[in-house]
Design a protein around this ligand. Structure first.
Ligand code: M6R
Length: 366
């Protein structure tokens, strides 16, 4: 049932090229310039009239929501707030009938997310679900939704759910951008093409497995790890850190790279591995100067870069190359080596990768 892989997590990491395709099948018709999802088409007016989108989720799904915040605001120019469901539900949030609430959940059973949905409905918002498990509580409780079609995710550490959630949310953003005219026609078509090409590029990113394994063997005993990224890849840094801590029990923190100098830089010494997401687009020069700051404090730098990069390569102790793509789609690629790195570190530390201690696959209690 693990399809020849040693763990479900590894199998699920490797399934990403094909499940991302499953996610956009029938929804993305790049050559025709069409993006369509029944749940969105049926409620298109609600989306187009939305004064604000509020995303509620927990854990990795919340990270997908953060990536979506950048994408929705950039593509469709709709203000977005991303909330931890557990905080949102308990703070008497301001919700208006013109708000669209998007709930993201792999399992569709997360108690806090479900409670946040009920609250938003009571306050008159339109609630849209992005779930993986068909027929789950959240998919039933929401007014409409779109399934990710990632197939069963057994590993407690979420991997393919994350990339397919980002895929769906990107499709929705593109659909709204087209309807609202907030994106140029040429950008719209370019994004459609780039998204269609993503599964192949994810497959290429999976070829970083050997280098990820080598890096894992060097840093597996580190007590701490810092993950940094900017823009679309700031949430990827958070997700990288979550993945490492939950399966390897190494303390890891994710930060926006520019926040370094507001505190975390004090942690840097020659023993601190810093994983920095530095694709060639998206504040590249700024990231390079962040890398210089770490280097001058003797931190160990592991950088995820775009194939062909030279500048970061000169500074970093290790580089992991991923293929080039459009800026907003980079999280779908930069995430892959971080998943692999966490996986190998956890295996080398003898951890139970698929069922880490103290964790459950779906958190049905608050
Ligand atoms: O099923 P959900 O997407 O609602 O689950 C949310 C979180 O519990 C989940 O993402 C959790 O953080 C994972 N263990 C992360 O790998």
């Amino acid at each position: 049932e693990k399809g020849g892989y040693e763990h479900f997590m590894l199998k699920e990491i490797y399934e990403q090229p094909s499940v991302i395709k499953d996610t956009y099948r029938g929804r993305l018709l790049a050559n025709k310039g069409i993006v369509q999802m029944a749940g969105v088409e049926d409620n298109i007016e609600k989306f187009l009239n939305a004064e604000r989108i509020i995303i509620v989720a927990c854990g990795t799904s919340w990270h997908a929501g953060l990536v979506a915040e950048y994408i929705f605001e950039e593509f469709a120019r709709i203000p977005v707030e991303v909330e931890y469901a557990s905080e949102f539900r308990y703070r008497n949030p301001i919700i208006n009938p013109k708000d669209v609430v998007i709930a993201i959940s792999q399992s569709g059973e997360t108690a806090d997310t479900l409670a946040a949905i009920k609250l938003a409905k009571e306050k008159g918002a339109f609630v849209f679900g992005v779930c993986n498990v068909v027929g789950s509580s959240i998919s039933r409780e929401t007014h409409a939704g779109a399934y990710t079609h990632a197939g069963p995710e057994i590993g407690v550490a979420s991997t393919k759910a994350f990339t397919t959630q980002i895929t769906i949310l990107t499709l929705i953003s593109l659909r709204l951008a087209k309807a609202k005219g907030t994106m140029s026609n040429s950008d719209f078509h370019r994004y459609l093409q780039e998204l269609e090409a993503i599964p192949e590029k994810v497959a290429e990113a999976l070829a970083t497995n050997d280098i990820a394994k080598t890096i894992a063997s060097i840093y597996k005993d580190a007590p701490n790890c810092l993950y940094l990224g900017r823009g679309y890849n700031f949430p990827v840094a958070l997700e990288g850190a979550l993945k490492l801590k939950e399966i390897s029990y190494i303390h890891a923190e994710g930060y926006p790279a520019a926040e370094m100098k507001h505190g975390p830089i004090a942690l840097i010494d020659e023993k601190m591995p810093v994983i920095i997401v530095a694709p060639k687009q998206g504040h590249y020069d700024k990231v390079v100067s962040n890398i210089q700051e770490i280097k001058s404090r003797s931190g160990k730098i592991i950088a995820v870069v775009t194939k062909g990069d030279t500048q970061v390569k000169e500074l970093a102790d290790h580089v992991i190359e991923i293929p080039d793509t459009a800026e907003a789609l980079t999280p779908l690629l930069t995430t892959i080596p971080l998943q692999l790195l966490s996986y190998h570190i956890a295996v080398m530390r003898g951890c139970n990768v698929d069922q880490p201690r103290n964790l459950a696959k779906s958190v049905t209690v608050e």
